[in-house]
Design a protein around this ligand. Structure first.
Ligand code: A2P
Length: 340
């Protein structure tokens, strides 16, 4: 039977993208209910041609919900995801709350759908971090063919990773700075002003000196790829881009890599576009990458001085690939396999 669906955080940036994907991908469902904070309760939104009224998450009854998508932030998931699962909903959680929980699978369907064999012990399936997802979509084939010694990543992450308020802060700051170069720019969401700036700090600082965002990319990549000793090290940087994350990725393999074979292997992956497969040097950017449901790759180059090492540049829509699309693809996998 078609599942009934709840969207927690329906009014946010990921929530809006989830609604769009449920409509365009024609996800089978038997009704969609929307939840957000008390601030939005009573607001009306269109889903699949029907008007839905946003409900307050406080007091929301999940007992008739089959699949609940959570994208309202980590603290909201920490408080409400387990109660929702206890009421019988299968939770697909977009936050950091349960990703490293041993009873919760962490899933990128194109990589490790095989870990979905039934209802998880926690009743929750975690959606990985928005920068981890496109990276692991590419690394598996490299590990299988050449073996990976180390991965070094610098990210260029968009404002939409901080939700609708992040986008608005970038837009407001940009307008202020254009009109008055000396204006004091807003710096609430990104710890420093983001307009006309770059900020090498995302999430919180850990004792190690790395940020939580950087630690997530290491731990989550290991869990998804099933490689507990994988060496991934990252600098995560926020850039004044509205949407779509980019990453500069250096991989040191265990054996010499042939560029043509590498490019062919990457291009053969599902929903991956390699821009410099036939025309060397072509590359995607957040504004020009094309199909927002693909991971876009370019500037693939093996180092002349070290043929075991190569660089690539990737771009992926963080609201779709990095959040809502991965969550919907998890739901599609669950439904296709009859795991509800
Ligand atoms: P609301 O619009 O009522 O504040 P974004 O990531 O774009 O900032 O969106 C966050 C989403 O999470 C919004 O839908 C927001 O609802 C929701 N949200 C934030 N805090 C809470 C809360 N305490 N309870 C329920 N929903 C929340």
């Amino acid at each position: 039977k078609a599942p009934s669906i709840a969207l927690v955080g329906a009014t946010g940036a990921v929530g809006h993208t989830l609604i769009e994907l449920i409509e365009t991908r024609r996800l089978r469902h038997n009704g969609v209910r929307l939840a957000a904070s008390a601030r939005s309760a009573g607001r009306q939104m269109e889903v699949d041609g029907r008007t839905c009224t946003v409900e307050d998450l406080e007091g929301f009854d999940f007992s008739d919900v089959d699949i609940a998508f959570f994208s309202a932030g980590t603290s909201v998931s920490e408080k409400w995801a387990r109660p929702a699962a206890a009421q019988g909903a299968l939770v697909i959680d977009n936050t950091n709350a349960f990703r490293m929980d041993p009873d919760t699978p962490l899933v990128v369907p194109q990589v490790n759908a095989d870990v979905l064999t039934g209802r998880p012990a926690s009743g929750i399936i975690a959606n990985p971090n928005c920068s981890t997802i496109p990276l692991v979509r590419l690394l598996g084939t490299v590990e299988q063919r050449w073996g990976i010694r180390q991965v070094v990543v610098s990210t260029y992450q968009a404002a939409s990773g901080q939700g609708q308020h992040g986008i608005e802060e970038l837009q407001e700051g940009s307008e202020l700075a254009l009109h008055d170069p000396d204006a004091e720019l807003p710096a609430e969401r990104f710890s420093k002003p983001l307009a006309f700036n770059v900020v090498p700090f995302i999430d919180r600082l850990l004792d190690s000196g790395f940020t939580m965002e950087e630690q997530k990319m290491l731990q989550e990549s290991r869990k998804i790829l099933g490689l507990p000793h994988l060496d991934v090290t990252t600098t995560c940087v926020r850039v004044p881009v509205v949407n779509s994350h980019s990453e500069a990725v250096w991989v040191e393999a265990a054996a010499p890599v042939d560029r043509t074979e590498l490019v062919d292997r990457l291009a053969a992956l599902p929903e991956v576009t390699v821009h410099d497969r036939d025309v060397p040097g072509r590359f995607p950017t957040p504004l020009t990458a094309g199909n927002p449901d693909h991971v876009h790759v370019g500037r693939v180059r093996v180092a002349p001085h070290n043929p075991r090492g190569f660089w690539l540049w990737l771009v992926a829509d963080n609201l779709r690939i990095g959040a809502a699309l991965n969550a919907v693809q998890i739901a599609e996998t669950v439904l296709d396999r009859g795991l509800l």
